[in-house]
Design a protein around this ligand. Structure first.
Ligand code: HEC
Ligand code: HEC
Ligand code: HEC
Length: 150
């Protein structure tokens, strides 16, 4: 009886461990930016708000990574359904590494998701690089996968 009980306890302890080991966001952006219950984190939903007026906190964070001499207006161009089929590869078509007018993708995404405890990505998601960067152990390389919004 005692043995069986400890087996059950052991099993109960292992289940959460197993779920931690599994990658909950294999497609990065589109696996985390989803609608669940009343919380709608989809980029399409967020972008509808940006097209009217980007939240001040977002503009403040992204302002720190603007190309020299450029400034944000705080209003995003509308995001088409085609863009939402390839996130974040399609974002990079405008957010290029060499843009002189808009924020390049990598520093923009890093600035948005890091920066201390007040950031939900840090406090709720543990600030893991591998939520976005997937490691191919065989090739020894890392890349951010692209996926369609759910
Ligand atoms: C594991 C979850 C997770 C992943 C993966 C993730 N994000 Fe986020 N993202 C968040 C959270 C949480 C926030 C809110 C941060 C805050 O302001 O507290 C956020 C905020 C944002 C915002 C700002 C939204 C706004 O209106 O303020 C953008 C844009 C964004 N993410 C784009 C992306 C892109 C593009 C990717 C993929 C390269 C990505 N995210 C990957 C969790 C994630
Ligand atoms: C058609 C070109 C284009 C595409 C595609 C595009 N962006 Fe942008 N983005 C812009 C421009 C232009 C700005 C500057 C807007 C401004 O001045 O406020 C911007 C600014 C931003 C900002 C700063 C918000 C602010 O304060 O205005 C975020 C966040 C952002 N883009 C996220 C994304 C994400 C995520 C994607 C892909 C899902 C994406 N963008 C695709 C053109 C684009
Ligand atoms: C929320 C998503 C996200 C997280 C979390 C994230 N990155 Fe990135 N990172 C990106 C994206 C998107 C790019 C651009 C990839 C591309 O253009 O193919 C990028 C690019 C990079 C690059 C390439 C250099 C550059 O500036 O283009 C490096 C290095 C990097 N990330 C390191 C890190 C490290 C280290 C961490 C953890 C501390 C991290 N990233 C966390 C999304 C993320």
């Amino acid at each position: 009886m005692r043995l069986r009980l400890s087996f059950v306890v052991l099993l109960a302890l292992l289940i959460p461990l197993a779920s931690v080991a599994k990658d909950a966001f294999p497609k990065a952006c589109v696996d985390c930016h989803v609608k669940s219950g009343s919380a709608d984190m989809r980029l399409s939903t967020l972008a509808k708000a940006w097209a009217v007026k980007a939240p001040a906190a977002l503009t403040a964070r992204v302002s720190t990574v603007m190309p020299q001499g450029a400034a944000l207006k705080g209003k995003h161009p509308p995001i088409s359904p085609a863009v939402l089929k390839e996130v974040p590869a399609s974002c990079r078509k405008c957010h290029t590494a060499t843009s002189k007018t808009i924020p390049p993708l990598a520093p923009m995404i890093h600035a948005i998701h890091f920066g201390g405890d007040k950031n939900d990505f840090v406090s709720k998601h543990g600030a893991e690089c591998t939520h976005c960067h997937k490691v191919d152990a065989k090739k020894g390389q890392m890349a951010v996968p692209t996926g369609a919004e759910k």
